[in-house]
Write a protein that binds this ligand. Sequence first.
Ligand code: SF4
Length: 61
Amino acid sequence: MKFKVDEELCIGCGACEGSCPEVFELVDDISTVKLNPVPEELQEGALEAEVNCPVEAISHE
Ligand code: SF4
């Protein structure tokens, strides 16, 4: 499963990094995906971060 952060939408709130730091990292106040594809054991946390993103900037395929 691959994850993506829309840089135009991300407001740098840090929620995804806070809940799933293994996958998401803020760089210059924009979230980036450190691991792609996201390993199976981290997918649940990444999906949770996606659901909880306040501006729906995270997506996956
Ligand atoms: S939760 Fe959403 S808005 Fe907040 S840093 Fe992550 S991608 Fe950006």
